[in-house]
Ligand binder design. Sequence first.
Ligand code: AGP
Length: 615
Amino acid sequence: MCGIVAYVGPRKAQPILLEALSRLEYRGYDSAGLAILNGQGVEVRKKGGRIENLAKACLAKPILGESGISHTRWATHGAPTDANAHPHLDASGKLALVHNGVIENFLELKQKLTQAGHKFQSETDTEVLAHCLGEAYAKGKAKGEARLLEAVRSTLAQIQGTLGIAVIHSDLPGLIVGARRGSPLVIGVGQGENFLASDTQALAPYTNRVVILQDQEMVALHADRFDVSSPLGAQTQIKVEQIENGVTHSDKGPHAHFMLKEIMEQPRSIENAFRGRLDRDGATAKLGGLNMSSDQLRQVERISVIGCGTALHSGMVGKYLIESLAKIPVETQHASEFRYGDSPISPKTLFLAVSQSGETADTLGALREAKRRGYPCLGICNNVASSIARDSDGGVYMHAGPEIGVAATKSFTSQVMVFTLLGLLLGRLHQLSAAHGTEVLEAIAQLPGKIEQALRHSESIAKVAQKFSQSRSMLFLGRLANFPIALEGALKMKEITYLHAEGYPSAELKHGVIALIDKGTPTVLIATADGVYDKNLGSLQEIKARGGSVIAVGHEGDMKLKGLADALLEVPKTHELLQPILNVIPLQLFSYHTAVALGRDVDKPRNLAKSVTVE
Ligand code: AGP
């Protein structure tokens, strides 16, 4: 949440900061700002709203200077106004700070500073931190760079909460100090210039050589060198890594939005999730990064999946897959609930932390809590350089490629694919027959073609979306593994269209939900032909009997369903265990086309950010 970029080098900082910052807009986009050392002091521009507002202000009055810091914000403390946008200055106006995270004890600190005569321009916790840093710097005994480093070190010792920060001071041109606790920071290593950013995405146009700062580390960044130190000031070993980067804003290709591009990419992203992992001879899956032997895997008696939002929904489908294939009981928990709860955990439980970004604060916190309690934890992540991937004992990368749209789409189907592979592997270590394993493997291999087929219905789904876009509210129903698909369909609808939408197990309809049915509240019912098809038709009849409309997700050519429902979103047929992966696709398209019909900002819906790196 929130994106930070800093630059120091021989070039003008302003255009670099603006370009790099725009690549982090998915982390938050309610206000943005930058501060550059202009030779006389710190000059700041900041604006509420999107980065383009900031860019206009900077173009109208450019800041000249070769080192600076910048920030795109997702508001935690204070509304998204110009005043609350980062950077924030200290009381002297010589120190500027950008911050990602939350300062939990900021009210106490603010009170002390106010009593000492400090005046604040914003409602943010970050400005309090800037003033604390300025105070510590003013009282510092050391000289030059060491004084700022010491000020950061001593201030952080008083701070509770998470942070990733970048600081400049007008006494110290050519120096940027960065520090992290909880929130990620990456050094981009250039030639005669260096960068600091919240993630590697920002650095793609400039360098592919990075150093991932470890938790609690600090960096003193100059154009020609950088020194990384521990909280106690000791120099730390650094590892420069080469990363693959590349998405640019023009990479939307022919698509109007990243979300649509990412939906359309799913035949390839699914293939990338299973490529090289199908073992036809053994009728099983090969997952190299688990760091667990077959014997260790056989000893797992329970699995606990932790994640948030869409990632958790994938885990709920995963529960069904693993329980069906491997007969190992699986529980799924909101990461935020698990980390502060005290429910008992059975011995021999394996934790799976699922996260596209690998940076979600609640999932990372839950993973660390599970590890603290002594349980093995595997990560299922997309972002290879992420904190969750690093903190896990092992795991599986989904290889979905960068996902820019705030609404997760291809990462969801890739996560479900990873769960399928895990289910297959665990199943074959237990009782799953080779014949059954082979059936699933064959269906997996055919899935990219089936997804392509499902995507061909996009235009007809757009017509249905147009027709129902004025609804007041929508219900999404599904049974068994299609219940989490209903939850996912409702989440997509809520986040990008702002329509009220709820997902339920179909049979829950009679237990209260049915009271919501009326002309303005259509129901999306997942009713592909499976063991509960007739039950789903029963739910459909109940809705119709009460004057509600039904948009059914059903198999291509299901004339019975077509005849009963008001609209049919068609999907091809696959193995029953894989059907949820196909069933979510029309729901992704349905919410996308509804959002377009309503004129919403699909890739950057209000109030949201792609990576939720605060609690
Ligand atoms: C999904 O569309 C949402 N943007 C959100 O629920 C997301 O899945 C959740 O915040 C978890 O993110 P993660 O996968 O990066 O951990």
